[in-house]
Write a protein that binds this ligand. Structure first.
Ligand code: DX5
Ligand code: ZN
Length: 219
């Protein structure tokens, strides 16, 4: 079984202190940093882009797990790669040609993630699974932090895990949205090995990030 990793979403961090917040996450034992990029078009919210990622990357040696909720995504892949993204995750609905977007990320030497919205079926990525490093299962509709977890996506993780085993693939399974101390266990049991969390990491236990990371990892 893969090691359980926590990828805190900086969407819930103090945006006026982002550099310090990332250092705080690193010291607290975060395995990577989840950066939610939103364009006000693919999702109804706007966040940050490559210049901010580039500035933060200089402050940290952590893995930058960049979740692109932008469309059309293809023409921006290079900019996020140049800015320092280590994992670049895209949504199939945000590109005209999923194959070529996957190829582009790979050519740039980055890890490829593909994300499935709650209503998006595994079938959409079935033919691409041999080229994907990470599947990001959305457990909320993307756009905002602090939403309620959708337990029905756990079955999708279980199905994906079965496919992975039967074909001998090795991609990571990451879950994103509404993760808390209760459902983290179910997500891990279903087969997720990377948990994204914003609200729980930054707001629970009076913002004790270290404790919250440990609690999310413990089964
Ligand atoms: C939602 C984002 C998530 C979200 C996680 O569109 O992709 O990464 O910010 O935050 P919480 O843990 O608050 O749901
Ligand atoms: Zn995300």
């Amino acid at each position: 079984m893969k090691k359980i990793q926590i990828s805190p979403s900086i969407l819930s961090a103090d945006f006026s202190q982002l550099g310090n917040e990332i250092k705080r996450l690193e010291e607290a034992g975060a395995d990577m940093i989840h950066v939610d990029v939103m364009d006000g078009h693919f999702v109804p919210n706007l966040t940050i882009g490559p210049p901010v990622i580039k500035a933060l990357k200089k402050q940290s040696s952590m893995i930058f797990d960049v979740h692109l909720m932008i469309s059309p995504v293809h023409k921006y892949i290079e900019a996020f790669s140049d800015a320092g993204a280590d994992i670049i995750t895209i949504h199939p609905e945000a590109t005209d040609d999923l194959s070529s977007s996957i190829q582009k990320i790979k050519k740039l030497g980055k890890k490829v993630g593909v994300s499935l919205n709650p209503e998006t079926k595994i079938q959409v990525i079935l033919d691409h699974l041999d080229k994907i490093d990470l599947v990001l299962i959305m457990s909320v509709n993307p756009g905002f932090g602090g939403q309620k977890f959708m337990p029905e996506v756990l079955n999708k993780i279980k199905d994906l895990k079965k496919i992975q085993k039967s074909k001998g693939f090795d991609f990571d399974i990451e879950i994103d949205g509404g993760i808390n101390f209760e459902n983290s266990k179910e997500a891990i049991e279903a087969g997720a090995n990377i948990l994204v969390s914003g609200t729980t990491i930054f707001k629970s236990n009076n913002g004790d990030i270290k404790k919250n990371i440990e609690l999310l990892k413990s089964k």
